[in-house]
Write a protein that binds this ligand. Structure first.
Ligand SMILES: *Cc1c(COP(=O)(O)O)cnc(C)c1O
Length: 228
């Protein structure tokens, strides 16, 4: 049995403690509960426990759940791989899209956002360890892509997102979190200073990510238990 309420409390305490220990204000760090492959009832338990930010990976699954639960109950984050032909749904249902890595996708999101008169908040995803199995733009193109994305009128590029390899010792992920923070600095220095967010850190490594400047941690297993 997973006690979602207790898990959320425990994670929030660890976030606060880690932030204070490295001289950061815990209020600047958002906990996103990642509920992929969990039922609407399970997500409801998280909402009842006070979760206000939830993350989903698969459009159809998310649309079903959000329709069941109600869009206004939380701030919804799309964190999965997004195909252009699903951009319409991502724009309709999600407050943030963390996984924009191509101009083509940005253009489609912009088009769909314009249709409904929305300014869509997006993050540029970087394939931070250059893994073949992962999505994301390469670091060398980050400033270029940020500039391209910023030119779309119905997009607000608010941050960067990454997912380093899994390490049993989370300290090994530190170099990748540092790298994302450095890229953020480069983009801001190039004049895009509303790039305030770093979406990085998961169940295993969120403390290290906070030490390196994360403003949004995406935590699934440690809240909801393992996935089938
Ligand atoms: C599944 C997922 C998470 C959560 O991972 P856990 O290890 O279960 O905390 C975070 N970010 C992304 C992009 C994911 O796909």
């Amino acid at each position: 049995m997973t006690n979602i309420n207790e898990n959320i409390d425990a994670i929030q305490k660890q976030i606060n403690k880690t932030a204070l220990a490295c001289g950061r204000d815990p209020e600047t760090i958002t906990l996103i509960g990642v509920s992929k492959r969990k039922s609407a009832e399970t997500v409801l338990a998280a909402l009842e426990a006070g979760s206000t930010h939830l993350g989903e990976n698969y459009i159809q699954e998310a649309v079903d759940k959000i329709d069941t639960l109600g869009k206004d109950l939380a701030c919804w984050h799309f964190i999965g791989h997004l195909q252009s032909n699903k951009a319409k749904f991502a724009v309709q249902y999600f407050d943030y899209i963390h996984t924009v890595d191509k101009v083509k996708l940005a253009r489609e999101i912009n088009k769909q956002a314009a249709k409904i008169g929305k300014i869509q908040k997006i993050f540029l995803q970087i394939n931070i360890a250059q893994e073949d199995t992962k999505s994301g733009a390469c670091a060398q193109q980050a400033v270029f892509l940020a500039r391209q994305f910023s030119q779309f009128e119905n997009l607000s590029l608010d941050g960067l997102m990454c997912m380093p390899p899994y390490f049993s010792d989370p300290k090994n992920a530190r170099i990748y979190f540092k790298k994302l923070a450095r890229i953020q600095g480069e983009i801001r220095a190039a004049g895009m200073d509303n790039l305030t967010h770093l979406s990085m850190g998961m169940s295993n490594d969120f403390k290290v990510a906070i030490e390196e400047g994360s403003t949004m941690v995406r935590v699934g297993t440690a809240i909801f238990g393992g996935r089938d």
